[in-house]
Design a protein around this ligand. Structure first.
Ligand SMILES: [Zn+2]
Length: 669
């Protein structure tokens, strides 16, 4: 018999893995229906972190967010919930309640942290909020500083809306009285809190995370760029539905496994939609409810959609539908053998079958969400369009999984094709032509060793084991700009000294799509300063990331991702027939000509650290006249009447249906 050995000291306990918090899977409206109440109240398992007890007005405050519950309309601070209270810890947080502001804070915390962790698992690194940009006295960009926490205001506005504010690094959630068309589902005049909707919270959080990854995507340079922000935010919210086992099983049982039928998983913001007088959710990835009959019908992909839908959220819905369709097709393929062995019949599915189908759905959804998130690292840093994203999806997946046994790639291609989305400059819609061309060997010849390889090794050593986000940010910054004390030459100066006025520069210009003086007429004869090599095309190293990702077969892949962005002032000539030509260039720091506009090019370089080679250079050329023309005409509403893919302010004004309500940005042009 074993004896208990008396010890003088208690064994030290490990930190808990997660903090369990009760909240709605969707929003409060589904807790009012007998059918869904049992699955709508769920427990979120949020990765454990210490929460600060920082005064009475700011709580909870963790590593990534702080919740400030000030309600300007009523002029009150709602007392903060203390998630460290032993009573709350022992009962998985407060009970879901519409009337308890402390529960609102708890729900916002749970959903935001869940969303952040989903990103980090897919990206293979900690997320950063977009840095704070500070200006010098002469109003020029002086530099950037670390943003520790996003500020969350659960009751910021009396408005049927929620926002991400990229300047103030905050999420603002509104609340409003319902004006429902169907009083059975939503009480008229009852208050709807957007901070109680999983979908609204996940959507706004994704806007903020995406802004931290690609700071230029909030620039409206193509009809797709801001639509992409909306679509991507919806995609994350939708696929998170599949991570709630209770909801998933319930919906699988209800639809007998047919997720093409109307179901909660494919819908976004139910209560919001109902409260705004619609008969269904605010957005639905697979179908829509007829406003007259109230009947739900599945959506059919329309190859004209991409060419005609121009309002951000409508256009975003095209991309969401394409991704969701790819998911459904893979799911249907995967469950075929399961359904074959099932006895079928009229009755309910056997609970074991429900489990099997639910596992397949959740596994497929989680793989799709991971591919969608990882693809962000394979996108150009500026001017993204849906075609670029398709290529990024394919390349990201090829990079992680050699064999596409379950046909994920084909499913993506097919569903984009059905909606008329074709990447430019690609000959066929096949995996082979869509995947970005890898560089079998580093092609920068003798210059590669010092400028990149040594640099990459040093960078990896400096940040790989760093757990503090702030330290990663600061270290990355001196790896970009250099640090004399630590004797580190920054990437910016390395590129300057190696590529400017050199033969290697020509190659690098070709590879990156950016301008380096030797290969270009426009920059000849100009002086090259320290901070920029040319008055005509300034570049910056916008991001430098180390990613350590785990493949589905448990291999670790280490990548360094570099985003270079270049800016140029273009003088434009438009003739009587509205033909576009470049009249010359200008320095945006000095001039502001009437016929000028600022044009950006950029390049994403992906290095494989295990093989020490450049894998991909994904570019948007700074010398691409076609792109200049498209962008200029889009921004100036030229050619919109010719049926080209540009939209005018007029179109925007007439297209402000219910879909326009979930705006993302407070700053408007
Ligand atoms: Zn949005």
């Amino acid at each position: 018999m074993d004896m208990l050995v008396p010890k003088t000291k208690l064994a030290k306990l490990n930190k808990p893995v997660s903090r369990k918090l009760r909240a709605y899977a969707f929003d409060p409206s589904l807790s009012l229906l007998t059918d869904t109440v049992q699955v709508n109240n769920i427990v979120y398992k949020v990765e454990w972190e210490e929460l600060q007890q920082a005064g009475t007005k700011t709580l909870p405050a963790g590593e990534y967010i702080e919740i400030i519950d000030y309600d300007p309309a009523s002029g009150v601070f709602y007392p903060p919930v203390d998630l460290n209270d032993p009573y709350l810890l022992a009962q998985d947080g407060l009970n879901p309640s519409v009337s308890n502001p402390q529960f609102h804070q708890q729900m916002v915390y749970a959903v935001i942290m869940t969303t952040i962790k989903n990103f980090e698992r897919a990206l293979g690194r900690k997320i950063q909020w977009s840095p704070h940009i500070y200006l010098t006295e002469s109003n020029k960009i002086g530099g950037s500083s670390f943003v520790q926490r996003l500020r969350i205001y659960p009751h910021a506005l009396r408005q049927a809306n929620a926002y991400y504010n990229p300047q103030k690094k905050s999420l603002l959630f509104g609340y409003f009285p319902a004006k429902p068309a169907n009083v059975q589902l939503q009480l008229p005049g009852g208050t709807v809190f957007t901070c109680l909707s999983h979908d609204v919270i996940a959507h706004e959080t994704t806007h903020a995370i995406l802004d931290g990854l690609h700071q230029r995507y909030i620039e409206d340079t193509h009809p797709d760029t801001r639509a992409f922000h909306e679509a991507f935010s919806d995609i994350v919210a939708l696929f998170q539905h599949f991570t709630f086992p209770e909801v998933l099983k319930h919906q699988i049982a209800k639809t007998k496994g047919d997720l093409n039928a109307q179901n909660l998983l494919g819908q976004l913001a139910q209560q919001f939609g109902l409260a705004m007088g619609s008969y269904g959710s605010l957005r639905d990835a697979i179908g829509k409810t007829d406003p007259v009959t109230g009947e739900w019908t599945p959506q059919k992909p329309d190859p004209e959609e991409y060419a005609t839908k121009m309002e951000f959220h409508d256009r975003g819905a095209v991309l969401v539908a394409a991704i969701f369709d790819a998911f459904l097709n893979i799911y249907k393929q995967r469950i075929k053998p399961l359904l074959r062995v099932s006895t079928g019949g009229e009755g309910d599915l056997h609970p074991d079958m429900v489990d099997l189908l639910a596992n397949t759905a959740s596994d497929t959804a989680s793989r799709i969400l991971k591919i969608c998130v990882r693809a962000l690292d394979y996108c150009p840093p500026v001017d993204i369009n849906y075609g670029d994203y398709l290529r990024a999806l394919i390349t990201a997946d090829v990079d992680m999984v050699a064999e596409d046994e379950k046909n994920y790639r084909v499913a993506f291609i097919e569903s984009f094709q059905k909606r008329g989305i074709f990447p430019t400059g690609v000959k066929t819609m096949s995996v082979e032509s869509l995947v970005h061309e890898p560089f079998p060997e580093f092609e920068l010849a003798e210059d590669d060793e010092e400028i990149f390889i040594k640099f990459l090794k040093e960078f990896k050593e400096a940040v790989a084991y760093e757990t503090s986000r702030e330290k990663v940010f600061d270290t990355t910054k001196y790896f970009i700009s250099g640090d004399k004390k630590k004797k580190i030459t920054g990437l910016y100066d390395r590129i300057n000294s190696k590529f400017i006025l050199s033969n290697a520069g020509k190659k690098f210009a070709e590879l990156s799509g950016l301008l380096f003086p030797e290969g270009t007429m426009a920059c000849e004869g100009l002086g090259f300063g320290h901070s920029d090599y040319s008055d005509l095309a300034k570049y910056s190293v916008e991001n430098l990331w180390l990613a350590s990702r785990i493949t589905p077969d448990d291999k670790i892949i280490n990548h360094v991702i570099i985003n270079l962005v270049q800016k140029r002032g273009i003088r434009v000539n438009i003739d009587a027939e509205q033909n576009f030509s470049v009249a010359g260039y200008f320095d945006p720091g000095k001039d502001k000509p009437d016929n000028g506009f600022i044009f950006r090019g950029g390049c994403t370089l992906i290095f494989d650290l295990d093989k020490m080679q450049l894998k991909y250079a994904i570019k948007k050329g700074i010398d691409d006249v076609e792109r200049m023309e498209r962008q200029y005409k889009y921004k100036n509403n030229i050619g919109a009447d010719k049926g080209e893919v540009y939209f005018s302010d007029k179109t925007l004004a007439t297209l402000s249906g219910p879909f326009a309500f979930m705006h993302s940005f407070t700053h408007q042009h």
